[in-house]
Write a protein that binds this ligand. Structure first.
Ligand code: ZN
Length: 314
C-alpha cells in the first residue's frame, strides 16, 4: 500500500473565539486550510472526521477538578480561563473537546492502518495544559491525551512526543515527567514563556532520562534545531524504540513569528518532518500523528504547515 496521509480539520475549530487582535485566532485554521487547498494538498490527503473527546479520555491526563473548572468557567461566561491565560468564548468547551478528539481520531486512523501518518489542524492548542491547569492559549493537552489513548486503546507501549514549538511544552512534560513509557523531546526558545524546559529537567523515577529539553537563545534556526533533532533525537529514539511518534507541531518557531525569535524556514520544517518520519519508518511502520500547536503569523503559519503536510505526504 502506498503511504497515505490523513488530515483532521473542521470549520468547527473556528468557533473558539479569543477576541479582536488575539494571536491565537480562528483565522489561523482558515489560513492553513486555504493554503493547503491552493497547494493541492487537500486532494492528496485523506480527510479524517474529528469527534469530541470523552470525559473518560480526558481523565487519563487531567484531573476531574480541572475539567469541572473548565465547564464552570465557560458556563459562567468568563472571557478567560480562571487557571491561566487562555481566552474563552461560548463555544470554547465544544471546540476544545473537538480539538483533543480530533487528534485521537487521527491516532485511530493511523493505528488501524487507514493512513500511514496524519496531521491534525486543530485549535485551541494543547501543550501548555497541565493535569490541573489550562494556560498559554491551551485548554486540554491534545498530544498527551493522544499518547494515553494510543496506549489504552491500541496497546501501544512506548510513545515518542517531539515538540518543535518555540515555547516549551510544560504541560506535556508535567504529565509524563515520571512516566517511563513516553519520551518527550522539546526544542524551544529560552528565555521565553512559560520559563520551564531547562536541560537539567530530564525526568524522574521510571521517566528518568526520557525528558530531553533543548533550549536555545532567540535567533536560533536550522543549525541548532534541525541539528538537535538529527544528532540528539534520532539516536535517543533508536534506544527508546517508539511504537508511535507524535509531534507537537508549533510553527511559532518560524522566522517572522510575532511571538518567537527563532528563524526556521519552511524548508527546515520539511526537514524536521522528514526526520520524525524517518524515526517512525524505522521503528513503527511510519505511524506518526502531528498536531498543531502555535504559529501566529498567518501567511508564515500557512506556508510552514503546507511544507510540513507535503513532507508527510512525500
Ligand atoms: Zn508556542
Amino acid at each position: 500500500m502506498a503511504p497515505m496521509t490523513g488530515l483532521v480539520t473542521s470549520d468547527a475549530y473556528t468557533a473558539h473565539l479569543t477576541g479582536a487582535g488575539h494571536p491565537e485566532s480562528p483565522d489561523r485554521v482558515r489560513a492553513i486550510v486555504a493554503k493547503l487547498r491552493d497547494a493541492g494538498l487537500l486532494d492528496r490527503t485523506v480527510p479524517i472526521a474529528p469527534r469530541p473527546v470523552t470525559e473518560a479520555e480526558l481523565l487519563r491526563c487531567h484531573s476531574a477538578a480541572y475539567l469541572r473548572i473548565v465547564r464552570e468557567d465557560v458556563a459562567e461566561g468568563l472571557h478567560k480561563l480562571s487557571t491561566g491565560d487562555t481566552p474563552l468564548s461560548a463555544q470554547s468547551l465544544e471546540t476544545a473537546l473537538l480539538a483533543t478528539g480530533g487528534v485521537l481520531a487521527a491516532v485511530d486512523a493511523v493505528m488501524a492502518g487507514r493512513v500511514t501518518n496524519a496531521a491534525a489542524i486543530v485549535r485551541p492548542p494543547g501543550h501548555h495544559a497541565t493535569p490541573t491547569k489550562g494556560m498559554g492559549f491551551c485548554v486540554f493537552n491534545n498530544v498527551a491525551c493522544a499518547a494515553r489513548h494510543a496506549q489504552a486503546v491500541h496497546g501501544v507501549k512506548r510513545v515518542l512526543i517531539a515538540d518543535w514549538d518555540v515555547h516549551h511544552g510544560n504541560g506535556t512534560q508535567d504529565i509524563f515527567y515520571a512516566d517511563g513509557t513516553v519520551m518527550f523531546f522539546d526544542t524551544h526558545q529560552s528565555p521565553l514563556y512559560p520559563g520551564t524546559g531547562s536541560r537539567d529537567e530530564t525526568g524522574a523515577g521510571p521517566g528518568a532520562g526520557l525528558i530531553m529539553n533543548r533550549p536555545f537563545a532567540a535567533g536560533a534556526g536550522r543549525a541548532e534545531i534541525v541539528g538537535a533533532f538529527r544528532d540528539e533525537l534520532v539516536p535517543a529514539a533508536d534506544a527508546f524504540r517508539p511504537e508511535l511518534v507524535l509531534v507537537s507541531a508549533g510553527f511559532d518557531s518560524r522566522i517572522g513569528d510575532p511571538l518567537g525569535g527563532f528563524r526556521l524556514t519552511d524548508d527546515d520544517f520539511a526537514e524536521l518532518t522528514a526526520i520524525v518520519k524517518g524515526i517512525a519508518a524505522k521503528h513503527c511502520g511510519g505511524r506518526l500523528v502531528s498536531t498543531l500547536e502555535g504559529g501566529y503569523a498567518l501567511d508564515g503559519l500557512a506556508a510552514a504547515v503546507a511544507a510540513h503536510v507535503q513532507a508527510l505526504c512525500g
